[in-house]
Ligand binder design. Sequence first.
Ligand code: CP
Ligand code: NVA
Length: 324
Amino acid sequence: PSTTPSSAPLRHFLVDTDLTAAEQAEVLDLAQAMKADRYLHRPLAGPQTGIVFFDKTSTRTRVSFAAGIADLGGQPLIVNPGEAQLGHKESIADTAQVLSRMVSVIVWRTYAQAGLEEMAEHATVPVVNALSDDYHPCQLLADLLTVREHKGRTEGLVMTYLGDAANNMANSYLLAGVTAGMHVRVTGPSGYLPDAAVVAAAEARAAETGGSVLVTTDAAQALDGADVVVTDTWISMGQEEEKEARQTLFRDYAVDAQAMAKAAPDAVFLHCLPAYRGLEVSAEVIDGPQSVVFDEAENRLHAQKALMAWLLYRSGLATAPATT
Ligand code: CP
Ligand code: NVA
């Protein structure tokens, strides 16, 4: 597949802003069509192989990419932490070139964003970020699809993220949320707020879409009238040594019934999962009527199938989906 002649520029998905607002909408439209008709488009029929590398553990990402690549007609190859030469004996650049001769898409969950950038620089097939320390853009496609389903739109809605506002999910909520025309509010304790560079990138994108950005330590202000309330674990993968401190650090930013009462009465609650009931979210909220977390988890499958199909098509490596 890497030798398919193509004049189209190779497309990757390493950070939420790799898709313009119009492109993100195209992927979400395609995801909705592919959710309605699971085998609508099979660009990996052959079957071609999609490789999915994990440097960190996973349930949803592993299964949604494996099932998704199979649904697209392809064959998934899952590589668990420590199984490949990558990261031990072989450079990212060499790995990218070898894989590109054999597979049609490279999906990678890793630590450093710079590693993904290096992989993309040397690959001749699309590279997809399946979570890094900095971003989780595939998760956001699923979240936005879920918001569309429950609210009918994303534009103009207020989405509030509470908790560890310096982590990958907070960054991706900011960037993908404003790309979808949302008013994104992010709140957490001082010292755990997004980097200025991420906020600036989100503000620049918001200026194009009519969205907006608010970063504050005031949870009540951030929650006021929100349409969508989101949180994430306080202890991300790689932060296990800080576990004890982190279990109390974000206490004022937990999503419980009191917090939900500050949002709009018809607000929905999202969480990328895995969740820790009694820490970042109460059982009452995540297991209650406003929670849409299992729709959100399912939507990983539909959103990523659409993303892979779209990247292959836009890179000149596959035919257009029937709906495009
Ligand atoms: N939300 C998410 O990415 O879950 P996993 O870590 O189980 O893949
Ligand atoms: N912030 C979390 C997300 C897990 C899907 C982590 O990086 O572990």
